[in-house]
Design a protein around this ligand. Structure first.
Ligand SMILES: [Fe+2]
Ligand SMILES: [Fe+2]
Length: 151
């Protein structure tokens, strides 16, 4: 993908890296879910920790650089604007904090987690994944291709 030089030299992450981040976030989250289902609790939490770290760095790059660029260059002309993307980020952060808290309580408990607790965690995880998938699809379908257009 060709990117405007002015963008790549200022951003901590290229547009290609944004796509790669989305893919690795999907893999890490899948690993978290599979480990959870197999009751490999330490592995589940490790995968979720890595996912959360990846998401935090990724969101920072988008909030600080790419979304302002998108706003400056395209405003609302692509069907949605910066406000929507930023508010989705805040929602993702909030839901992830809650999910992480719920996962920590279950995965670090000394006694085996009751099946119902694991089930509730999986349900919360799937709801969260729906929000993230929707957001990433919006970025991959509209924001990233737009930003890759020559300035
Ligand atoms: Fe995003
Ligand atoms: Fe993203």
């Amino acid at each position: 993908m060709t990117e405007p030089a002015a963008d790549t030299c200022q951003s901590p992450r290229s547009l290609e890296q944004l796509r790669d981040d989305h893919a690795s976030e999907k893999q890490l989250f899948q690993r978290f879910l599979e480990a959870l289902i197999d009751r490999r609790m330490t592995e589940a939490l490790t995968a979720l920790d890595a996912f959360a770290e990846n998401v935090a760095e990724h969101i920072t790059a988008e909030d600080d650089f790419w979304i302002p660029q998108f706003d400056r260059r395209f405003g609302m002309t692509r069907g949605f604007g910066a406000t929507l993307l930023l508010s989705e980020h805040r929602l993702i952060e909030k839901l992830l904090r809650e999910l992480h808290q719920q996962a920590r309580a279950i995965c670090t408990s000394e006694s085996p987690a009751p099946a119902v607790d694991i089930l509730l965690l999986i349900e919360a995880a799937l709801r969260f994944r729906g929000v993230v998938d929707h957001h990433q699809e919006r970025e991959e379908r509209v924001m990233i291709p737009a930003l890759a257009e020559p300035a």
